[in-house]
Design a protein around this ligand. Structure first.
Ligand SMILES: [Fe+2]
Length: 294
């Protein structure tokens, strides 16, 4: 059983949540029953019998169709929490939810340097003293904490594992909930734009590579247990969650062989991303802006 949470930081000396101090016992493995509940706030929570210490909300930003995820260890006395892929336009909504739930927000994390919206990380840092921004070292972005493959981001007695999944951008990572009896079951993976529900992110900008994306998904995501819940950074059709097993059968791109996949990605004929020239420069200083960035 993992008792020490470790995060490597080459950007600062900050080494958060080093020791788990929860007085609460581990939860025995049980058959997980997950279901989604739409709350009055318009967010979603996934409940699981063996994941009852995880507080989880899926939040939506409608202009860029972006999902932001709120995770917290609700059994820890401090209720430490993190946000994955916050959007600047919905920071006030997200922070109000954090306040209402009595959480202590310690991290704002990005899966990659987004091209279609501006991260909320900078605004959140200005409103939550002590909060650290987190992004992969390979992203080339600025942040308080840089993560690398294999690092663990702890919040209370729960943690996320960092997996490198380049291809949509060179620095894309997938954050996966921990593997262990006291971690959420089934596991959950936050795939950013690497894997979307029945799709994947484009690979024609920001150091993208269809070969890399294909390898990333097959080596880092499709190797997770089939019941692993996959939460993407976007959805444009109203889907909220999928599983590894489902995408291995029904993803129309990633079920193909590599050559076919490459040909699909080279012939998408997508328009130039309309926010890219604004969003990427702003997001490259992820979390270090002093003021609103748009
Ligand atoms: Fe993206």
């Amino acid at each position: 059983m993992l008792k020490l949470g470790f995060i490597r930081s080459s950007a600062c000396r900050f080494s958060p949540s080093i020791v788990n101090l929860s007085p609460y016992p581990s939860f025995p493995p049980k058959q997980a029953i997950s279901f989604a509940v739409r709350s009055q706030m318009g967010s979603f929570t996934t409940l699981s019998q063996s994941s009852s210490r995880l507080l989880f909300r899926q939040l939506f930003e409608k202009e860029s169709s972006t999902y932001t995820y709120l995770l917290a260890d609700s059994s820890h006395p401090d209720k430490p929490a993190l946000l994955i892929d916050p959007v600047d336009r919905t920071v006030d909504r997200d922070l109000s939810l954090v306040r209402e739930l009595g959480l202590k927000l310690i991290y704002a994390i990005n899966t990659h340097v987004h091209a279609d919206h501006i991260t909320g990380t900078g605004l959140i840092k200005g409103k939550v003293p002590g909060l650290k921004s987190v992004i992969s070292k390979a992203s080339g972005s600025q942040a308080d904490v840089f993560v690398e493959p294999g690092d663990k981001i702890s919040f209370g007695d729960l943690f996320l594992e960092v997996r490198a999944t380049p291809g949509h951008t060179v620095g894309c990572v997938t954050y996966v909930t921990g593997d262990g009896p006291d971690q959420p079951q089934p596991r959950m993976a936050f795939t950013g734009d690497t894997l979307l529900i029945r799709g994947c992110g484009r690979t024609d900008f920001q150091g993208g590579s269809s070969e890399q994306l294909y390898k990333s998904v097959h080596s880092q995501i499709f190797t997770l247990p089939k019941e692993t819940l996959l939460y993407p950074a976007h959805d444009y059709k109203g889907f909220t969650v999928t599983t590894v097993g489902e995408e291995m059968v029904y993803n129309p791109r990633l079920t193909k062989d590599e050559d076919t996949f490459r040909s699909i990605m080279q012939n998408l004929n997508l328009p130039y991303p309309k926010m890219i020239d604004v969003a990427v420069p702003a997001n490259l200083v992820c979390g270090l802006q002093d003021s609103k960035t748009n």
